[in-house]
Design a protein around this ligand. Structure first.
Ligand code: KIV
Ligand code: NA
Length: 265
């Protein structure tokens, strides 16, 4: 199989083919996602919520991200594996950002990193890029800033915030990012940014005109069932399927129907 590189991701935009992306945090799920043909797998810091049960993405550590990323990398044969730099590992100064990115690349074997923010983190992104590490940007609703926003609602509805997002996206492209995630912004703004940029945009809750789409795997599969924003389409009810299977097992053990004679030695 031909590996998906950042160049392949760019070619997809160039020829007008939509890019597919999903999160994964572990070996077993990453194997399924990769085999199904998804081009970009994000080891998102949403692992903080989905895997660890935290309220926000802030508590997850660099060591924990590296653990998730190395599990995913061992499973993936084709997709591009991008890893979130967690909160606190890159905002302060650019040499710490570079150190964090290098740890991810060396210790997990991933192919790229993602950082949240625009002009505020320009130095950090520049420094990581100068080390030859591909960087994906992330603008709009950036969950590591939830305590600044105060809410998970749509971003950049106001003129000033939209203008800043457009400038930040342009800047991220100019300094050499290979792609930008646009999270929870108006569809018209996504369309404008995606047309202005030559690098691909990957949208989540950002409407149909991003160059690609990303969702949290557990949301798409219906494993997480409390989370239901309007942008989410559920492609399965795995929570229901898993619950039924496990309840069936409990019943079989209780009634002594499992294991049976052929399941014993
Ligand atoms: O952490 C994550 O899952 C993400 C995507 C939703 C873009 O950053
Ligand atoms: Na993230």
């Amino acid at each position: 199989i031909k590996r998906v590189t950042t160049h392949v991701i760019q070619e997809l935009k160039n020829r007008g083919e939509k890019i597919t992306a999903l999160t994964a945090y572990d070996f077993s799920m990453a194997k399924v996602v990769d085999a199904a043909g998804v081009e970009l797998i994000l080891v998102g810091d949403s692992a903080s919520n989905v895997m660890a049960g935290h309220e926000t993405t802030l508590p997850i550590t660099l060591d924990q991200m590296i653990y998730h990323a190395s599990s995913v990398v061992r499973a993936v044969k084709r997709a591009l594996v991008v890893v979130d730099l967690p909160f606190g590992s890159y905002q302060g100064n650019s040499s710490e950002a570079l150190r964090s990115a290098i740890r991810i690349m060396k210790e997990s074997g991933a192919h790229a990193v993602k950082l949240e923010g625009g002009v505020e983190i320009k130095e950090s992104v520049t420094r990581i890029l100068s080390a030859g590490v591909p960087v994906m940007g992330h603008l709009g609703l950036t969950p590591q800033s939830i305590y600044k926003f105060g809410t998970y609602t749509v971003r950049a509805k106001e003129e000033a915030e939209a203008r800043k997002l457009i400038e930040d996206a342009q800047m991220l492209q100019e300094i050499g990012c290979f792609s930008v995630v646009l999270e929870k912004i108006p569809a018209a703004l996504t369309k404008q940014v995606s047309q202005n940029l030559s690098i691909p945009t990957i949208g989540i809750g950002a409407g149909p005109d991003a160059d690609g789409q990303i969702l949290v795997l557990h949301d798409l599969l219906g494993i997480t069932k409390e989370f239901k924003p309007r942008f989410l389409r559920r492609y399965a009810d795995l929570n229901g399927i898993m619950n039924e299977a496990i309840a069936h097992y409990v019943d079989d053990v209780k009634t002594r129907s499992f294991p049976n004679e052929s399941e014993a030695y």
